[in-house]
Design a protein around this ligand. Sequence first.
Ligand code: NAD
Ligand code: ZN
Length: 319
Amino acid sequence: MSAAVDALPEDRVIITDGNVWSAWGSAFSGERVLVLPPGEQSKSMRTYDEALRWVASSGASRRSAIVAFGGGVIGDLAGFVAASYLRGVPLVQLPTTLLAQVDSSVGGKVGIDLPEGKNLVGAFWPPTAVSICLETLRTLDHRQLNNGLAEVWKYGFIMDPGLLELLPPETERLESIVKRCIELKARIVQEDEFETLGLRAILNFGHTLGHAIEQITGYGPILHGEAIAIGMAFEARLGERLGITRTGVAESVRQGLVSQGLPTDSDCLERADDLVAVMRRDKKASASGLAFSLLPEIGECKLIRDVPENEVRACLKER
Ligand SMILES: NC(=O)c1ccc[n+]([C@@H]2O[C@H](COP(=O)([O-])OP(=O)(O)OC[C@H]3O[C@@H](n4cnc5c(N)ncnc54)[C@H](O)[C@@H]3O)[C@@H](O)[C@H]2O)c1
Ligand SMILES: [Zn+2]
């Protein structure tokens, strides 16, 4: 941890949450630091307002870096503060959850939630640096670690079958796995930075249903990684049903996720009306149908638009 702290710009303010600061705050000394309550509720307009005012009162200038020290919640919130304070100041991501290390800290999307929906306000604001310190994962519990591993499995399924051979990971392999995931995400993001070409959509495998599950269950009981694991198992079956995914892929996806201890099914899939209503509002959907990023084969993914709603409903029933 000390190497990561030493590498930070001298002129900095730190935004973190209570769990992260109590576990790792002793690695810092004499900081200007804002410690926010842990949890998704900190990605709110109220906390954004509080954080901006704190940054202003701390005397931060246009050259001061904002350091996001925490999981994806802190990365998104502090990132949006960096994107907007003084029309933008440098952002350094110091992610402390596996999910943030392999996914949210890379790619430049920052933002907050509204009562009307998640991530409705935000910006593309790439960090000037992302500093990954695997040591911080030592204090993360098993469920949160698996939460991040769901995204690792996703990278394997959509673009890197070789990665799947390293999963479930042994602890000593984690470093090379995290590095590989960051390279994969960076490659896609570089080709489609502002999400205008549709390339970034492949990162959404499992997410059309996954986001709907999170929304109808009220963000909390089912973590993001768990929701997308259920989503990946479902979307692989949907792909087979539509003749897009090779037969047998769905079973491989399911077995892989089960071997990681991730869920592949949930009672909430019985709430087809609620799920479909949310999926219709997904940014990839159109008037003629729902949209899913599906796997023709393990290691390949493409965005399929206009998926008929009745096929989705039939697949939800067939569990
Ligand atoms: N910007 C993007 O591209 C992107 C991508 C994926 C997800 N996200 C966002 O990320 C958020 C989820 O991120 P998350 O899963 O990291 O959740 P999180 O930030 O809420 O962290 C999960 C929990 O772990 C605790 N924690 C964090 N680091 C710890 C550590 N080292 N030791 C002990 N406890 C620690 C936190 O306090 C929190 O209670 C969501 O808001 C999601 O929308 C953004
Ligand atoms: Zn995700």
